[in-house]
Design a binder for this molecule. Sequence first.
Ligand code: ADP
Ligand code: MG
Length: 262
Amino acid sequence: MGRVIAIANQKGGVGKTTTAVHISACLGLVGPVLVVDCDPQANATSWLGQDPRSVFPSVYEALMGEAALAEVVRPTEEKGLWLAPASYGLAGAQVELVDLPDRELRLREALAPVRETYQLIVLDCPPSLGLLTVNALAAADAVLVPIQCEYLALEGLGQILASVERVRQHLNPRLELLGLLLTMADARTNLSVQVQAEVQKHFPGPTFRSIIPRTVRLSEAPSHGQSLLRYDPTSRGAVAYAALAVELAQRGYGVATAGERS
Ligand code: ADP
Ligand code: MG
């Protein structure tokens, strides 16, 4: 059964979407992977070739019980990668879900019928700890928290870790913290080096060895509508995400080849 990873941090601009797209693109080369865009800003959706103004049905309809998730999923240009797109209307779900039964478990229920279809399902979360993120954490087996290497990087980390703990206690006892991922690291600045040391000191266990460098190539990737794996596979950013994918596999969140599966 496909395992589910949520990429979450209530801070915006820390590399959640970039990480969701790239680990999915890396592991999609091996076996089928699904990205579910849970963010009303819909950055992963635009990046992977759908228009969030018009896409229908979308994750919104799946959460509202108006469409099956399987009807929402579309192929992408990336090998082995499928997308459940978000429309801008997903913003409304944050409010509308409040009155629905099982409001925290709608995504888990929507994903259940497709979990056999994909080897890995990656949930790209919005920059908040609201109901959409809670739905993602309740549906996931594990959560990966990207942390931008900058001043005050650890501020707010307590909040997301507390949310993970709350969801584990009340909704999803098997949820594990897969790891903290340092992103946008600049080896030339002391600050980046200090943040890395601080995160590794306070959270030694779950910090990934792979560190994602700050590179112009990664910031350009969305405007190309491609992952870096396709348009510059030997670049530092692509290599760093490939190394992360290997670590994910080591932590039990890899993708087996068809031969290995049978
Ligand atoms: P989030 O999803 O957490 O809001 P994004 O992945 O969208 O964060 O990244 C925020 C911005 O930073 C985007 O413009 C993205 O292209 C850019 N970016 C992300 N990772 C890197 C990186 N390693 N180096 C340079 N720019 C990056
Ligand atoms: Mg994002």
